[in-house]
Design a protein around this ligand. Sequence first.
Ligand SMILES: NC(=O)c1ccc[n+]([C@@H]2O[C@H](COP(=O)([O-])OP(=O)(O)OC[C@H]3O[C@@H](n4cnc5c(N)ncnc54)[C@H](O)[C@@H]3O)[C@@H](O)[C@H]2O)c1
Length: 277
Amino acid sequence: MPFSLEGKVALVTGASRGLGRADALCLARAGADIIVTDILLEDDEQNDATSEKLGPVSQIMVQSKTVYTKSTTQQIKDMGRKSAAFKMDVTNKEEVERVMGEVISQFGRIDILVNNAGTLDHTARLEDQNDDYWNRDLNVNLTGAYNCCKAVWKYMKEQKDGRIINMASVAGTHGGYGQASYATTKAGILGLTKSLALEGAKYQITVNAIVPGIINTEAFQFTNPSMRNRMIERTAFKRPGEPEDIANAIAFLSSKEASYITGVALPVAGGIDLFTF
Ligand SMILES: NC(=O)c1ccc[n+]([C@@H]2O[C@H](COP(=O)([O-])OP(=O)(O)OC[C@H]3O[C@@H](n4cnc5c(N)ncnc54)[C@H](O)[C@@H]3O)[C@@H](O)[C@H]2O)c1
């Protein structure tokens, strides 16, 4: 690692799999202690009902027993870092505040917040849009990130130091056919990021967004194969990114070397956002 996060405490949301899990492991490799949070925990008796509400990808992950919240914590401890796992539904404001408070009492500080939790499991044209999914996407992707920023803000303000990294998407910068709800939430994330960057500067809190293109996570594997191929063809590299591509960018934005970078929307998208022909 060219930069060190030693002595820092990072909290990652939606880290039971995919990008969140890769981010947690990467920040730990860079030296940070890690709080792994997700609405799903291994062996939680509420998982079946929760995953049914979350949608098809989560249902498959629960049924195939591939929820890795606590086990990621163990992997991080094996690297010699401190780590803890918490069940945290980002849409539940009280739970978010309680978990952040618990982290402060156990770890003393929160230096880095990665707002990763998200839903990306459905597409529908406007006339077919299911209102429940519309509301769920707004609640998880946008209000969830807002809840976490709000809960961590007072601690970062007191510390006069903080790094918040929000997960946007090229759907938010470019729109997406059949992705009105998802794209709206990710465009909203950019507004949240830039506004909080302005408010955080006087406390040395930086707020940035990563704008992933298509990244090879479980959620991506469950997309319709012909749609998946069309998306891959649109990248300049003709391949999807790997979770570590996102995690490395997050580790950099979390470092002291990135302390003059705030309010950016950094594409990690393999050129999917470029004009190709
Ligand atoms: N994979 C991609 O190609 C891609 C592209 C652009 C943006 N993103 C964004 O990156 C993030 C992660 O994507 P992924 O591919 O790893 O998705 P994923 O579906 O595999 O992971 C999402 C995680 O969020 C958790 N989660 C869902 N609702 C939650 C809630 N209410 N509270 C707490 N946790 C909750 C899930 O349990 C899961 O662990 C998302 O915000 C997504 O929009 C991903």
